[in-house]
Design a protein around this ligand. Structure first.
Ligand code: ADP
Ligand code: MG
Length: 140
């Protein structure tokens, strides 16, 4: 499998608890390279667009609230099979179900405030990266 890129967010619960470095250490130890990284405050419009697929879910309002409640770190990660690899490194959405050693098992507080986002397909990774990064900022 060729080198691939995925999109990651360190969510507000991570920045609030000063966990940027600790989460990045897990990412890098897993062999994923952080090739783009920026700390931002997401606007409501950005969060709504980003999570549009979940618009009809009961937690959508709460999710948008949470994602705009504090700074986040948006990232582009690169490596072999990066999309699937990062999903593995993150662990299950609900930290109570996340495997030992995963970011969510180590750090997440709840199913909503679960520390990290990672793209779920190469197609979505491309679209999500394009929402937050200029091509020139993440040139190889
Ligand atoms: P993942 O982030 O693992 O891809 P989903 O795409 O299903 O998970 O959900 C997106 C985000 O919505 C989750 O990471 C989490 O922050 C939030 N979320 C998911 N399920 C719930 C839930 N049952 N209650 C509250 N928030 C949720
Ligand atoms: Mg998802």
């Amino acid at each position: 499998m060729a080198s691939e890129r995925t999109f990651s967010i360190l969510k507000p619960d991570a920045t609030r608890r000063n966990l940027t470095g600790a989460v990045n250490a897990v990412i890098e130890e897993a062999g994923l390279r952080i090739v783009g990284q920026r700390r931002i405050r997401m606007t409501r419009a950005q969060a709504e667009t980003f999570y549009e697929v979940h618009k009809e879910r009961p937690f959508y309002g709460e999710l948008v609230e949470f994602m705009t409640s504090g700074p986040v770190v948006v990232q582009v990660l690169e490596g072999e099979n990066a999309v699937a690899k990062y999903r593995e490194v993150m662990g299950a959405t609900n930290p109570a179900q996340a495997a030992e050693g995963t970011i969510r098992k180590k750090f997440a507080e709840s199913v909503g405030e679960n520390t990290v986002h990672g793209s779920d397909s190469p197609e979505n990774a491309k679209a999500e990266i394009a929402q937050f990064f200029q091509d020139s900022d993440i040139a190889a």
